[in-house]
Design a binder for this molecule. Sequence first.
Ligand code: KG4
Ligand code: ZN
Length: 334
Amino acid sequence: MKILSIESSCDETAAAVVENGRTVLSSSVASQIEEHKLYGGVVPEIASRLHCEAINGVVRKALDDAGLDIKGIDAIAVTYAPGLIGALLVGVNFAKGLSLASGLPLIPVHHLRSHIASNYIAHPELEPPFLCLVVSGGHSHIVEVTDYTVMRVIGKTRDDAAGEAFDKAARTMGMPYPGGVHLDRTAEGGDPDSFVLPRPHVVGSPYDMSFSGLKTAMINLIHNAAQRGEELPVKDLSASFRKAVVESLTEKFMAAADDLGCRKLVLAGGVSANSLLRKTVKAECERRGLSCYYPPRELCGDNGAMVGAQGYYEYLAGHTASSDLNARATMTIE
Ligand code: KG4
Ligand code: ZN
């Protein structure tokens, strides 16, 4: 079954053709990062307008690269939640139009479920059940994936997402948007123990996370130094911040895995590209004799292929939509 998939939840307009949930026939992405860089973050109105401009070409390219036209496609999958509402609406309405015109089934896909599914593309042998840490710019969840479309949130952030914390810390150090990847690179070779930063805990909820206190501590440290006219060692500071976030994520993830007796651990979402997070979770899994999976870096960020992968399993589960499908800014993964 060949699925044409569309993603427009944030600042990437993406489309792909994916066969049977696992094989990517084509994948095309138009990134808006350069336009948003000017403002230090995503400007929702600009994102919506750029999606409108890009979507036709991106979908066309995905079909062309797969050597297909719409007649060679069996269904259309689209990200419908969660995300920036104006941005999501562009993809959803485009997909609805295509579905109406072609008569093909329409499959609504949850954005975080699709991040998890990027692992199905990269690891053909991976099947549920497993425990997944989904960490992106807007969400940080520990999810028990019982089946392809059956999920339970075990823990989540009480405030900022891990990616958001990385981006804010990076911005305060003067790095361009999106700062997570720059902070990650800068941290290499820095001393991770040179700055004492808080390790937040949520009392009574061992798997929940919190990053706003850590973010504020970091911002205060940088501002106080600037007021005193001091220059901070950016490499050491980045390394210390990265270690604090990664330790917090890993500790909660491993505690959930131990308590639930999970044997298979999976990382997903933009922050799963983080070098230290990949290394640390892999080492902890090896120590416990658990299997560990994460996507290659090109599948960590938003892309169309992951939507086609999850879309296939949603279709098998009977999850299709009619033309009254709407986009939703927030929606649980469950
Ligand atoms: O999943 P994603 O592409 O978009 C959302 O659904 O939010 O995640 C984007 C987030 C951004 O906050 C970005 O800075 C972060 O992932 N990110 C990283 C790294 N690469 C991307 N954070 C830390 N280290 C990285 N290497
Ligand atoms: Zn995402």
